[in-house]
Design a protein around this ligand. Structure first.
Ligand SMILES: [Zn+2]
Length: 336
């Protein structure tokens, strides 16, 4: 080979390299500029929510909540959620790096396996974390909704800065989650924080768990409505619910006040017991029943104070993130 031909080949290689560089550099630049995104999913009993947020930011880039139809099962719920997630991701400007999940039912927080759903059949022993990792090709983390919501309030809401923190949601049921030193406390079976099934009134109302007198069966929204119907329902045109009883109580109906006061005191006693056990820095309450008004809050706080040891702080505050606590908790769960 002559010198001239060899030089031509080197130039040619250089040219190819340069051309490649011209192609590769913008691609590398593009990869750097793309926002790192987290997909947060909340599998609720009756609603599913998905949101996308850029790492380190506190505003949803996209967010959508849809109702789960009557008669849904695990298969249809999963298909609905994946369709929703794919739609949000298709419109998102960035690259997905993690998926965080809040699930409405017991979950093994270590393996991300759903044990069951209290609302929808077919979720028994579903390896949801593995399914999502296979679907999206990025790490996923899955937790129980009350635990994940606790983490959300701790990191982004009313529990910020608290080394030991209890979050309790009082709505259609009563759930809670502990965050201790920045970590969800799962317990030996991943079930820690079931304050709703601590006995508030031995032999009392029947609970969804099959036992009697659980705090949930005495103080959640449906329990308040049921008590009102049982005690005062005869002749009343009202289809009492937790919300309508709370409204009637605020308007001065003494029957509704009696029922609401009783529920508030039982919840306060339960919280006092939890405070005695763990001595948390702060307790945060979320869920629809916490919108019952000042009188309900005063009774909850007074009763918790009465039952807690006098040397312990009783700092009970309203949640800051409202319905989005599980979704922000799902973001926090990814550790990004
Ligand atoms: Zn129970």
């Amino acid at each position: 080979m002559g010198v001239g031909k060899a030089k031509f080949l080197i130039d040619r290689r250089l040219a190819i390299l340069l051309n490649l560089d011209q192609f590769l550099l913008p691609m590398a630049q593009l990869g750097k500029d793309l926002k790192a995104l987290i997909l947060a999913l909340d599998y609720g009993g009756t609603k599913h929510t998905a949101g996308i947020v850029a790492v380190g930011e506190r505003v949803w880039l996209s967010y959508e909540r849809i109702s789960s139809p009557l008669g849904a099962d695990a298969c249809s719920d999963q298909a609905t959620m994946l369709k929703l997630a794919r739609k949000l991701l298709a419109d998102a400007d960035g690259r997905l790096i993690a998926v965080g999940v809040s699930f409405g039912g017991p979950v093994d927080g270590l393996t991300g396996t759903v044990k069951l759903s209290h609302h929808v059949p077919g979720w028994e022993d579903t390896p949801l974390r593995d399914q999502l990792q296979a679907e999206f090709g990025v790490p996923a983390a899955v937790g129980n909704d009350a635990n994940v919501a606790a983490l959300g309030e701790w990191k982004f809401g009313a529990g910020q800065g608290c080394p030991s923190f209890l979050y309790v949601t009082v709505s259609t049921g009563i759930g809670s989650g502990w965050v201790l030193h920045g970590q969800i406390f799962n317990g030996a079976d991943g079930m820690a924080g079931e304050i709703g099934h601590v006995i508030a009134r031995p032999g009392g109302a029947e609970c969804v768990c099959g036992k009697r007198g659980c705090l949930e069966a005495e103080a959640c929204g449906p329990a308040i409505g049921r008590k009102m119907r049982e005690r005062w329902g005869a002749g009343s045109p009202e289809p009492w619910t937790g919300e309508t009883v709370a409204r009637a109580a605020r308007q001065g109906d003494p029957r509704a006040q009696e029922v609401m006061d009783e529920a508030a005191r039982l919840l306060g006693a339960g919280l006092g017991g939890a405070i005695n056990l763990m001595n948390p820095e702060r307790v945060v309450l979320g869920g629809g029943v916490t919108k019952s008004g000042e009188r309900w809050w005063r009774l909850v706080r007074e009763t918790a104070r009465f039952h807690a040891l006098p040397q312990m702080r009783v700092d009970i505050q309203p949640a800051a993130l409202s319905d989005d606590a599980p979704l922000w908790g799902a973001v926090a769960l990814t550790g990004k």
